[in-house]
Ligand binder design. Sequence first.
Ligand SMILES: [Zn+2]
Length: 81
Amino acid sequence: MRTRTRYRFAEWTLSTDADASLRYVGVCLDCGEHSGDTASADKAQTWCLKHAGLTRDTRFEMRASQHFNATMTHVRTKNGR
Ligand SMILES: [Zn+2]
């Protein structure tokens, strides 16, 4: 009886998801509240201004995110093939 062990190594590539746009969230650094997730940076900033008016909180952050897809681009064995 023979036992064979094979190691495989894969290379992966990230590419932006064409169906997903940049997303923005305005975050209040004073109390931790945040806007809803939106594709509009203006809407996230408007939320910050409204929140400042309602609470008198003054420190904010804009967070942006983008979705990526990982694709296996190359598989090689222990021998480099
Ligand atoms: Zn706040």
